[in-house]
Design a protein. Structure first.
Length: 60
């Protein structure tokens, strides 16, 4: 079931990426900027995001 879900996610991401809209590219760039090293190291930012996701039951 997890493999099927990942396959579907990849398929949908490919469709979004092919779209003439620049939203996907902008969102990807935002993620790179947010998780870049800065005042906090990248690793700490990822661990904080993971902690928030776990505490909010956001496992997908």
């Amino acid at each position: 079931m997890l493999e099927e879900k990942n396959r579907e996610r990849k398929r949908l991401n490919a469709k979004i990426y092919e779209s003439p809209m620049k939203v996907y590219t902008g969102f990807r760039e935002l993620g790179r900027e947010v998780f870049a090293d800065g005042a906090l190291p990248r690793k700490q930012k990822f661990l904080t995001a993971l902690a928030v996701a776990v505490s909010q039951n956001c496992f997908d």
